[in-house]
Design a protein around this ligand. Structure first.
Ligand SMILES: C[S@@+](CC[C@H](N)C(=O)[O-])C[C@H]1O[C@@H](n2cnc3c(N)ncnc32)[C@H](O)[C@@H]1O
Length: 200
């Protein structure tokens, strides 16, 4: 099992802030590509991935969306259909289903709550999880040792939040996937591939 934590300082924190134009909706298009890269294979979906997303945009930051889709059981009861075209609708509905003071299961395996980025990172660290920060200046992923359930943290088009960046460096190992700056979704695809090759 592998996990990703995607941070977006612009992604909207209420369903009605996602309009027709996804790029103008706090770059929710990048979050959607991140979901697709996390879970979709050609003619298959991954059941070995959990994705955390922290949205810190308007109007009510920050929201923690946790996605561990359920693939067993009856559709509409035990699980929901996850298709590439439906991701924005699922995210929008998750945001609508947020309830103050609760961690709400919007659909089976899709949770939403109010939580900040560093708060979540600290929680995962306190659980003893192995955290890797995706950063072009980090150690080459090809030589990095890792256990069975690593968590990889990455940012949106603006990168990881500056104020927290230093703090994060003390809590995580920095890992690079190569010499260029890649799209968040590309980074996830490369990490997924690296872990597939290692049989993690
Ligand atoms: C589009 S990039 C962010 C670009 C942003 N202007 C910056 O400088 O951070 C999105 C995220 O992908 C990850 N990333 C991009 N290139 C990477 C690389 N070569 N190695 C590791 N992570 C990378 C980082 O976590 C980054 O926050």
């Amino acid at each position: 099992m592998r996990e990703f934590l995607y941070y977006s300082r612009t992604a909207p924190t209420a369903g009605n802030y996602i309009g027709e134009d996804l790029q103008k909706s706090g770059r929710i298009d990048i979050a959607i590509h991140t979901v697709i890269a996390s879970f979709f294979l050609s003619h298959a979906v991954r059941d070995d991935v959990k994705l955390h997303m922290i949205f810190a945009g308007a109007p009510d930051p920050s929201k923690h969306l946790e996605l561990k889709p359920v693939f067993e059981g009856k559709e509409g009861i035990d699980k929901i259909y996850l298709g590439k075209k439906d991701v924005s609708t699922i995210i929008k509905k998750m945001l609508y289903k947020y309830r103050e003071g609760q961690k709400t299961e919007a659909f089976p395996g899709y949770w939403i709550e109010k939580k900040g980025f560093l708060e979540l990172v600290k929680e995962l660290k306190a659980e003893g999880r192995e955290l890797f920060m995706l950063d072009g200046d980090g150690e080459d992923i090809r030589t990095v040792e890792m256990g069975e359930s690593p968590i990889f943290i990455l940012g949106d088009h603006k990168g990881l939040p500056g104020k927290e960046f230093k703090r994060l460096k003390t809590m995580c190992k920095s890992v690079s996937i190569g010499p260029k700056t890649y799209f968040a979704s590309h980074v996830i695809a490369v990490v997924n591939n690296e872990l597939d090759r290692r049989g993690i």
